[in-house]
Ligand binder design. Structure first.
Ligand code: SME
Length: 161
């Protein structure tokens, strides 16, 4: 694993940026089987590379709750019951959820008042739900189908470790 240089110029096109991030993540986690360490590097990579984020991180499924994992951003809610909030809903439905305006999502859990939009991607290995990847943005409508596609590929890389 080589140290990551977050200062270098990154592609402006979303699709190209995700392709680069997927390659960088694969390089970062190559040969490393510690899941928490890999989630920690992924959170740092995404937070510093993707524009307009105020939070990027993971919740891990422990029992019937999602428990705060590695993240970048302000301190966040520690435990989210399955089925609650955007994270708990994405976990139960086992599908990515894009929320263009968190203030319109019934049951949204506000951890950081700066958040206006959110995307949550479930981490699924085989048929086992491991947790979720959660990104928050201060911009309304920050996340689209390109983000979904790119971040689902990031999740696939992580669950393969
Ligand atoms: N907003 C999330 C909670 C986690 S924080 O955004 C980091 C939710 O509604 O599940």
């Amino acid at each position: 694993m080589q140290p990551h240089n977050s200062n270098r110029t990154r592609p402006a096109q979303k699709q190209d940026l995700y392709a680069l991030l997927q390659a960088e993540l694969s390089a970062l986690i190559e040969g490393e089987s510690d899941f928490i360490a890999n989630l920690a590097n992924a959170a740092a990579l995404l937070y510093h590379a993707l524009p307009d984020l105020n939070w990027a991180g993971f919740y891990r499924l422990i029992g019937e709750e999602l428990v705060l994992g590695p993240f970048q951003g302000q301190p966040a809610c520690i435990r989210i019951p399955l089925g609650q909030g955007v994270c708990g809903t994405a976990a139960v439905q086992r599908t990515t959820i894009i929320v263009p305006d968190v203030h319109q999502f019934a049951g949204h859990i506000a951890c950081d008042s700066a958040s206006n939009s959110e995307i949550v991607i479930p981490l699924i290995r085989g048929d086992q739900l491991l947790g979720v990847l959660d990104l928050d943005s201060p911009l309304l409508g920050r996340f689209d189908e390109e983000d979904r596609f790119g971040l689902e590929a990031i999740a696939a890389i992580l669950v393969a470790t």
